[in-house]
Design a protein. Sequence first.
Length: 149
Amino acid sequence: MKIRHLFALAVTLGMVGTSAQAQFQKPEDAVKYRQGALFVMGQHFSRIGAMANGRTPFNAEAAQQNAAVVLAMSKLPWAGFTPDTQSLQSRVEPKMWGEMDKVSAAADRFMGEAVKLDAAAKTGNLDAIKKAFGDTAASCKACHDAYRQ
């Protein structure tokens, strides 16, 4: 039953993500949207990290559920990086706005790693999850190091 709910959430979020940019009424809404998506994704990602790093007991079902949410959420924040948000207060490095091709490539890498993390979680193999978690975390870190204050 939980898998059906996660699938429905993923489909719904995917539809929202593709049309979200056109729906922002104000630039502030776009910032809140991207920050909210990143926050939710980070919460679920950190739960996998806690298991991968031995801080909490490994639970294959929980890893699968959290990885599915990370995968679904990985597609969403990018719609909130709209040009009209450049002047708003956020943790975005100003140089990012001039390097959107690089940002887009980094987002694509991250989404690809999220796919691999989801696949690893589906195996229920902790070692596979650890590797995929590390690779996904590295893709997050690379973008944060370059574009986050």
